[in-house]
Design a protein around this ligand. Structure first.
Ligand code: NAD
Ligand code: DAU
Length: 355
């Protein structure tokens, strides 16, 4: 007989957001057992969770969510009553080069987990929950003066990544509507913070500034993103997992829109200041390159529903969050050096080798 009050699988827990979610749940809820199921793709890194290695309520299982038989076994073996599903292929540029991998993990992997949960729970939905972590990219692109994404905005994905996430969201809702499975879906805006893989804008650029390498801004840099500190995102996940209305969708965002070029300038001056240089010293590294195919112009989330129903708001001002983030990358150089010395080199060469 287990002494834990809940047994929760977190998928993708060795990735960026997943590692913050696992840390929050393991530390805040010693009465829960957290089972981190992660395939450890290029983006998964157990170094992100080093501090939890000896936690008695934490288990790591290396597994592919597409392995349906194994997902069934894990559900039974650990008597799982909750799933927080973050595992995914998450980088838009990679999805443009290799859409099949995105369809496999994001669509079929989600379906495999849903079906394993359905098989195991067998219609006994009491105290069960399938929580699916999704993205604002499923809504497509906004005009510069075109309002905000709400929970009822029509899905209109443009990249293979966002198309695969949209499909997975539909499957989750289908399991709720067809079988009655208790589900929740959240769509969040761009996250930033420690442990983000340096293929994404902010960690890529911090690392490039450190090495005095060009900062490849796609197109004119006029695209707009809505940035949220990762710990604010996982605080929202915690709240919604425990208090969200089952079957609902919640948008999570920062009310913090930045044009890429303005963000890059702020990032450069933040890194420069922290390095003890005159802010702006590294602006000469900014290099405009060909635009991303199908590049969405603007994302911006309206998270009023979450605020009104559950009282959630972002806690960190962007300048403060960016400061913390830059400090973290500059003081955790071993973490980034280990990543960038491996297969990352080939990826970087293919993406940015001509700069
Ligand atoms: P990430 O790429 O950093 O991590 C993904 C994790 O999933 C990795 O640990 C990887 O090993 C694991 N994984 C991939 N394929 C797997 C498979 N087949 N089986 C098991 N594990 C597998 O991603 P992230 O940025 O932390 O994003 C996590 C989730 O949040 C994703 O679902 C993403 O769509 C969503 N999301 C991300 C953002 C963002 O800004 N990063 C914003 C909104 C939503
Ligand atoms: O909105 C949520 C999404 O945010 C998540 O669902 C995705 O998983 C996550 O990767 C992120 O997607 P983006 O494509 O917005 O993030 P990325 O960091 O790749 O790019 C941010 C912006 O910066 C985007 O407009 C493209 C631009 N960019 C990015 C890179 C990597 C550049 O100009 N140059 C670059 O080299």
């Amino acid at each position: 007989m287990s002494c834990f009050t809940r047994n929760i699988i977190v998928t993708g827990g060795a990735g960026f957001i997943g590692s913050h979610a696992v840390r929050l749940f393991v530390n805040k809820y010693p009465e829960y057992r957290i089972i981190n199921v992660d395939k450890l793709t290029y983006a998964g890194n157990l170094a992100n969770l080093k501090d939890l290695e000896n936690a008695s309520n934490y288990i790591f299982v290396r597994a592919d969510i597409c392995d349906f038989n194994l997902m069934n076994e894990l559900m039974t073996e650990y008597n799982v009553d909750g799933i927080i599903h973050l595992a995914a292929e998450s980088h838009v540029d990679r999805s443009i080069k290799d859409p099949f991998t995105f369809a496999r993990t994001n669509v079929l992997g989600t379906l495999s987990l849903l079906q394993a949960a359905k098989n195991t729970w067998r219609g006994d939905w009491e105290n069960k929950l399938f929580y699916h972590v999704s993205t604002d990219e499923v809504y497509g692109s906004l005009k510069l003066d075109g309002g905000l994404f709400t929970e009822t905005t029509r899905y209109l994905p443009h990249s293979p990544y966002s198309a695969s996430k949209a499909s997975s969201d539909h499957f989750v809702r289908a399991y709720h509507d067809t079988y009655g499975m208790p589900t929740l879906v959240t769509n969040c805006s761009n996250n930033y913070g420690p442990y983000q893989f340096p293929e994404k804008l902010i960690p890529l650029f911090i690392n490039n500034i450190r090495h005095e390498k060009p900062l490849p801004v796609y197109g004119k840099g006029e695209n707009v993103r809505d940035w949220l500190y990762v710990e604010d995102h996982v605080r929202a996940i915690d709240l919604i997992f425990h208090q969200g209305r089952v079957g609902e969708t919640y948008n999570i965002g920062g009310f913090n829109e930045w044009r890429n070029i303005d963000l890059v300038r702020l990032l450069v001056s933040t890194v420069d200041r922290i390095l003890g240089l005159k802010p702006g010293t590294h602006e000469y590294l900014i290099t405009h390159v060909s635009d991303r195919s199908g590049h969405d112009l603007r994302y911006a989330i309206d998270s009023t529903k979450l605020k009104q129903e559950l009282g959630w708001e972002p806690s960190l001002q962007f300048v403060e969050g960016l400061d913390k983030t830059v400090h973290w990358y500059l003081t955790n150089q071993e973490w980034i050096n280990r990543i960038t010395s491996g297969s990352y080199r080939a990826y970087y060469e293919e993406m940015y080798g001509n700069l």
